[in-house]
Design a protein around this ligand. Structure first.
Ligand SMILES: [Zn+2]
Length: 176
C-alpha cells in the first residue's frame, strides 16, 4: 500500500485517509520504517473500508472521463445556454465555465452573470441542462421561492429526476 509519510515530534502513529482516498501516515521522528509498514499492513482492511466510503459507487467508477470530445463541452454548453435564454426570455452578460469545489452553478442576477462548473463535463447532458435552466431561472427569480421552482418546472417538467440524478455525480467534485 502506498502512502505519504510525515514525520514529526509526535509520540503516536496515525493514519489519515484524505478526501481523494490517498493515505497519509504521521509518525514519530525515529520510528523504524519497518514498524510503520507493519502497522499499515495490520490496518489495511480498515484503510480499504475507509477508502471505499469516499470513492465513487462501483457502478459509476467505469464512467468515461468526459462525456464530450475535446473542446466540445464548452461549445455544447454555450449552445444550450443560448437556447434556454430564448425560451425563458432572459439574457446573460457573461457565462463562465470553471472548476468549483462545492456547487454546480451560480448566478448573479444583478449583473446577469452565470457560472457553470466545468465538472458538468462528466455528468449526463440532462444534468447539465438542469443546472443551466436553474441558473437562468434565477435571472427571473433570484431566490428559491415557489415562483422560482414553477419557472423551472414549466421549462423542464422532469427537473426533479434530473436534479436527483445530479446528486449521484457529487463525487465528481471531489476528484477534481
Ligand atoms: Zn439556485
Amino acid at each position: 500500500m502506498t502512502y505519504t509519510l510525515i514525520r514529526s515530534r509526535r509520540k503516536t502513529l496515525a493514519i489519515y485517509i484524505k478526501p481523494d482516498g490517498s493515505v497519509e501516515v504521521r509518525a514519530p521522528l525515529k520510528l523504524a520504517k519497518s514498524k510503520i509498514d507493519e502497522f499499515i499492513t495490520s490496518k489495511s482492511a480498515w484503510i480499504e473500508k475507509k477508502q471505499a466510503q469516499i470513492t465513487p459507487p462501483s457502478e459509476l467508477r467505469d464512467l468515461p472521463l468526459s462525456q464530450y470530445a475535446k473542446g466540445d463541452f464548452e461549445r455544447v454548453t454555450l449552445k444550450i445556454v443560448k437556447e434556454w435564454e430564448q425560451k425563458l426570455g432572459v439574457v446573460t452578460s457573461f457565462v463562465g465555465i470553471r472548476s468549483m469545489s462545492s456547487r454546480w452553478g451560480s448566478c448573479t442576477a444583478k449583473t446577469r452573470r452565470i457560472r457553470l462548473n466545468s465538472a458538468l463535463e462528466y455528468c449526463p447532458r440532462e444534468c447539465l441542462e438542469y443546472v443551466i435552466v436553474h441558473e437562468l431561472a434565477h435571472l427571473r427569480e433570484s431566490n428559491h421561492s415557489a415562483r422560482f421552482w414553477a419557472i423551472v418546472e414549466n421549462a423542464l417538467p422532469n427537473y426533479k429526476t434530473q436534479k436527483e440524478k445530479l446528486k449521484e455525480y457529487q463525487w465528481v467534485l471531489n476528484i477534481r
